[in-house]
Ligand binder design. Structure first.
Ligand code: SF4
Length: 286
């Protein structure tokens, strides 16, 4: 049995650190949304992302791509964590009572994971270890992504393989206009390009649109902003499995995000009701 040193402190919802002991790539998080433990995989240990969302909470974010990944170390760490979660009392010691369950393995790093040329290799490791520990359908494999690389063949292979591993893609769409995307995600993209990549994701794997809305200088998103968003997601009725809508929970790390703050739960509920009217499922979180 692989060995994980015990520590006394439990995880909490406010602990979002991606550094766990001496591990490089794997970190456990207590997830409010899933009401359980998520084993995160951070491929962007250099804090490099191809986008620069103004609400990003990565400390020291820079534009770029992840460094070369030491796949043997990543496999050892994930194997160790899964062994601890399944064969030891690790979950009970780390998580509060009632939340001491393994919910998912989640590709969510300090940058966009799919930019890595080794992304498919990483998903192959997940596939191998899920089989080793018989995770079947009780543990999800989640990819949180901005979708930028979904036209690459190797990424499509990886997403299809995730789908066979109880996979879900959480695909970032923060605005339904080119101007909104430019302002929020700080990238120049066409709506047709985003729609194409989202469509690819829906065909390959269970896909949720993930959207962050927030106040700017104390002002909520306008009616026009919401209508543009609703118009963008409308054609995906029957293709996406739902929308995950949330607001900024902590202070953004980037200077250009200093003026943003959380919207109210009422605001999220109003947007949610418009999404529901489209016939698309939605969950929202403050
Ligand atoms: S895609 Fe994610 S990691 Fe990259 S800038 Fe946006 S929020 Fe940060």
């Amino acid at each position: 049995m692989l060995f994980i040193e015990k520590i006394m402190s439990k995880l909490s919802f406010s602990d979002h650190s991606r550094i766990f002991k001496d591990f490089t790539y794997i970190y456990p998080v207590l997830s409010r949304r899933s009401q359980g433990i998520s084993l995160g995989i951070n491929l962007n240990v250099n804090n490099a992302c191809n986008w620069r969302c103004i609400y990003c909470q990565v400390d020291g974010l820079k534009r770029g791509k992840p460094d070369n990944i030491k796949l043997d170390i990543l496999e050892f760490e994930l194997d160790s964590m899964l062994d601890a979660a399944i064969n030891t009392s690790f979950l009970h010691e780390y998580a509060p009572f009632g939340l001491d369950r393994l919910n998912d393995i989640c590709l969510s790093g300090n940058g966009e994971s799919t930019v890595s040329k080794q992304f498919l290799d990483v998903v192959l490791i997940i596939d191998k270890l899920r089989k080793k520990y018989n995770l079947d359908n009780y543990v999800k494999s989640i990819l949180i992504t901005n979708g930028s690389e979904f036209e690459r063949d190797d990424i499509q292979q990886a997403v299809a393989l995730l789908s066979q591993n109880n996979g879900e893609v959480w695909f970032k769409v923060d605005s339904g206009s080119v101007a909104g995307i430019s302002q929020i995600n700080q990238v120049a993209l066409s709506l047709s390009g985003i729609a194409k990549k989202l469509g690819i994701s829906c065909k390959l794997c269970k896909t949720y649109i993930q959207t962050c809305m927030f106040q700017s200088h104390g002002v909520e998103p306008t009616q026009e902003f919401i209508e543009q968003y609703i118009n963008f997601i409308k054609p995906f009725k029957g293709e996406v499995n739902g929308v995950l809508l949330y607001s900024v929970a902590r202070n953004p790390m980037l200077p250009e995000g200093e003026h943003i703050s959380s919207v109210s739960l009422d605001f999220l509920a109003r947007v949610a009701s418009k999404v529901t009217e489209l016939g698309i499922d939605i969950k929202y979180y403050e």
